[in-house]
Design a protein around this ligand. Structure first.
Ligand SMILES: [Mg+2]
Length: 236
């Protein structure tokens, strides 16, 4: 059985947090004139996002609804419809934003795909993720795509069962300890952590760092991933 490589999308293959951060800055500028002077709009938006996760899930569309909800709440309903329209426009611009691959991704994914089957495992809006994957130019190197609503151990068990892959033959590569590394180790797979270079999303932060183990490594660049995969492949 060949090693099978799972790869995360947002902030592992392409920029994502940077786009959210730009929109948050724009949101704050739009809403600040309608909010009490002492309001911490960044913290309030994050709180709304967190409260909405179970009902709305991840992605730009739920983020846009959370921006609108925060604007209405913090202004006690006084926010003008024109500002709401600008928030909606900002959300739509995020969806249309060009897919910008991270440094080294194009050649590394080509190199990995030439040796091992790749399953892209990403969470967020189905429609937006499909569009980003199509625009990334990476599809020729990827065997299968799994767009999931949450990345917990059950998700990985289901993904592996669908692909007919034994967890011992699976390596997950991603920027998030909480979503990519910890649950993969829990189901018996291996993992390579490639921390993001921009910022880590608050709500994707891990409560625990996995114990030092032969089953996971941290690298500073995606370019180091093929060498780690080779060593995992040899040590099975
Ligand atoms: Mg990610």
């Amino acid at each position: 059985m060949p090693l099978v490589v799972g790869i995360d999308g947002d902030d592992t293959l392409w920029h994502n947090e940077r786009v959210f951060s730009m929109t948050e800055t724009r949101f704050q500028a739009l809403v600040a004139p309608w909010a009490p002077e002492e309001s911490d709009l960044e913290a309030l938006l994050l709180k709304t996002e967190q409260a909405n996760l179970s009902a709305l899930g991840y992605g730009v569309k739920s983020f846009t609804l959370s921006m609108i909800e925060t604007a209405v709440t913090v202004s006690e309903g006084r926010i003008p419809a024109g500002v709401i329209a600008e928030i909606i426009a900002a959300g739509k611009e995020m969806l249309a934003h060009p897919v910008e691959l991270l440094d080294g991704v194009a050649e590394t994914i080509e190199a990995i795909g030439a040796r091992w089957p790749i399953i892209l495992v990403t969470k967020g809006d189905l429609f937006h993720q499909e569009s980003k994957i199509a625009r990334s130019g990476l599809l020729p190197h990827i065997q299968a795509v799994e767009i999931v609503s949450e990345k917990d151990p059950d998700t990985y068990r289901n993904v592996l069962a669908r692909a007919g892959v034994d967890p011992a033959d699976f390596v997950m590569v991603g920027d998030s300890l909480r979503s990519d590394i910890v649950p993969t180790l829990e189901v018996g797979g291996r993992a390579v952590h490639v921390p993001g270079t921009f910022r880590e999303w608050e709500l994707d932060r891990a409560d625990v760092v996995p114990d030092a183990s032969e089953r996971w490594r941290r690298v500073t660049s995606i370019r180091e991933v093929p060498a780690v995969l080779s060593s995992f492949d040899r040590s099975r």
